[in-house]
Design a protein around this ligand. Structure first.
Ligand SMILES: [Zn+2]
Length: 356
């Protein structure tokens, strides 16, 4: 019996009046496209772009952490007001995975340099730098990603640093934080963060990890500063406040009334807990990525230089300009701290600067 006869028999048996073609269309609209995924829960059609992408356009996989649980992510991508989506959402507790956007369509998860068009996005339930990811989640995600790589000829490689500005070159498996911004520099996302074990994950995918971040949980942590403290890190807090647009009269390394009230204003503006104390939640809002920008000087660059010079003993100019001397000091610090060496002071490097 041929395939078609089987389907006709099935239709007849269930008393369907639909044509074979209509059934095929319905199936195409709702079927999952990966052998490991558990179901298809379509994102709202206003949250992604219909397209007809094939292997020539799908070069990257972008790994995200959703800042919420699986149920929250699914609900959000199905909410017409979200304006975001991803191809997959995976639950941390047991690895249950839903496809939400078809591979051919362009999900909205990695802005900037056209990476949405050239990638497939995977959202994992949990919180960046906090969640301990389960074995079930790692395995399910790795199975899906490995088969995506096979299907679309995506390199099973996790590269280091910011991905190429032109998304149509290279390819690989990257964290959201590696997607270049529209100016080709780093973006301000940090996921999947320090608790994501890239070594283990890339082993499961059957690929290679050239991007570090393999220590999964043995990384640095943000120290806490509050009124009355005097420390090199308080200079960083003051310079980062300036970088964020909060002018101060004093840059003196002293956590006084001016720093406290300005931090309270900053916390209020960012909709985080208002307590006047700089702990992990505030640091994550406060730090600004320092890199080889074209529009320096930056207060953030000045702050990183100040810390490298006075806090870590690097004899470099503190002038807000990112040049070869600054890059070399950052890379040397990253080497000694066991971090990815890329000359970019992002989340992990700021954290290590403050923690060491
Ligand atoms: Zn993300």
């Amino acid at each position: 019996m041929t395939e078609r006869n089987t389907r006709r028999s099935f239709l007849k048996a269930i008393g369907a009046t639909a044509t074979v073609g209509a059934l095929a269309d319905t199936a195409a609209a709702y079927h999952t496209q990966d052998p490991y995924v558990d179901d298809f829960r379509p994102a709202d059609s206003s949250n992604y772009t219909s397209a007809s992408r094939g292997a020539e356009a799908i070069d990257w996989v972008v790994i995200h952490v959703g800042e919420g649980d699986y149920g929250g992510m699914v609900g959000w991508f199905q909410d017409p007001s979200a304006d975001v989506s991803a191809h997959y959402a995976i639950r941390n507790s047991d690895g249950y995975a839903s496809q939400m956007v078809h591979h051919e369509d362009k999900a909205w998860h990695a802005g900037g340099q056209n990476y949405n068009y050239y990638s497939i996005g995977i959202e994992h339930g949990g919180y960046t730098d906090q969640t301990q990811f389960t074995d079930a989640l790692y395995k399910k995600s790795a199975n899906i990603v490995s088969s995506l790589c096979d299907q679309y000829n995506i390199p099973k490689n996790h590269p280091s640093g910011v991905a190429p500005c032109d998304a149509s070159t290279d390819g690989g498996i990257i964290g959201h934080h590696q997607v270049p911004e529209s100016d080709c520099g780093p973006n301000n996302h940090t996921d999947p963060g320090s608790t994501w074990d890239w070594d283990y994950y890339m082993d499961l995918v059957g690929g290679t990890n050239n991007g570090g971040g393999g220590d999964g949980g043995t990384s640095y942590s943000w120290p806490t500063y509050s009124y009355g403290d005097q420390a090199e890190a308080v200079y960083s807090i003051q310079y980062l406040l300036e970088e964020n647009g909060y002018p101060l009269d004093y840059h003196d390394g002293i956590y006084g009334t001016e720093v406290e009230t300005t931090i309270e204003q900053f916390q209020s503006d960012r909709n985080i807990t208002v307590d006047g104390i700089v702990g992990p939640e505030t640091w994550n809002e406060l730090y600004v990525v320092v890199w080889d920008a074209e529009d320096d000087p930056w207060w953030a660059t000045y702050g990183a230089q100040h810390h490298l010079n006075y806090g870590q003993g690097y004899d470099i100019a503190v002038d807000g300009y990112y040049g070869p001397e600054t890059r070399s000091a950052i890379e040397d610090f990253q080497t000694s701290a066991g971090l990815t060496v890329d000359g970019v002071v992002g989340h992990d490097t700021w954290q290590a600067l403050m923690d060491i």
